[in-house]
Design a protein around this ligand. Structure first.
Ligand code: NAG
Ligand code: NAG
Ligand code: NAG
Length: 189
């Protein structure tokens, strides 16, 4: 009798736990990709020009901090800049704007000008309007081609991974202003 009661109460406990369990308390579950409407992975190539304007009435990149020794460093080591740089379809700044590069570059090398790049490309054009890509990489700005990983994205770029290749289109050593050509290759759904 006691045994039957124990079995019954155990059964009831499991039953009510299953019935009344709060679904919001689920911590993890395995999903089929189709449940997020993920179909076939696509490869997209984006091409644009990045305008880093340091010297102007309205600069798009500003130095936000530096070390005491940055001014005397040939590589600006320790200097940190914040950018909100326009991205255009052609090298001309007056050509169509497709987005902005928003983030930080910081001089992280003592042997050459090598920036740590931490930024988002925020796109405003076509089907990419409102979607973003995140970049985390190393940018040795005087190298012909620099490659930086795309570490993720949002909007149509959810689950993004890929790389960006940067080539300097023009650089004015006096003003520090640069136009950089970007080719971005990204897998996403
Ligand atoms: C570095 O140079 C800037 C001007 O370019 C100046 O404002 C700043 O005070 C200097 N910093 C140091 C630590 O000398
Ligand atoms: C991008 O999206 C914003 C907000 O939805 C909208 O105001 C803007 O007109 C769109 N731009 C283009 C070029 O479609
Ligand atoms: C992408 O970035 C823009 C600008 O910062 C923001 O308004 C937008 O919400 C972001 N898109 C997504 C899908 O998070």
């Amino acid at each position: 009798m006691a045994r039957a009661l124990l079995i019954l109460s155990t059964f009831l406990l499991i039953f009510f736990t299953l019935i009344f369990a709060n679904p919001n308390q689920y911590f993890s579950e395995t999903l089929a990709p189709s449940s997020l409407e993920l179909k076939k992975e696509k490869l997209t190539h984006l091409h644009f020009y990045f305008h880093d304007i340091i010297t102007a009435k309205h600069p798009t990149a500003i130095q936000i901090t530096r070390a005491a020794s940055t001014n005397t460093s040939a590589t600006f080591f320790g200097g940190v800049w914040m950018m909100d740089d326009p991205l255009t379809v052609e090298p001309n700044l007056n050509s169509k704007i497709v987005g902005r590069a928003q983030g930080i570059y910081a001089s992280a090398s003592q042997s050459e000008v090598g920036f740590l790049m931490v930024l988002n490309f925020a796109f405003t054009e076509g089907k990419f309007n409102g979607s973003n890509l995140s970049v985390l990489g190393r940018n040795a700005v005087f190298s012909t081609v620099r490659e930086m990983p795309i570490v993720g994205g949002s909007g149509v770029f959810r689950f993004a991974r890929g790389y960006a290749q940067a080539r300097t289109h023009s650089f004015d050593s006096k003003s520090g202003n640069a136009i950089v050509e970007y080719n971005v290759y990204v897998f996403h759904y």
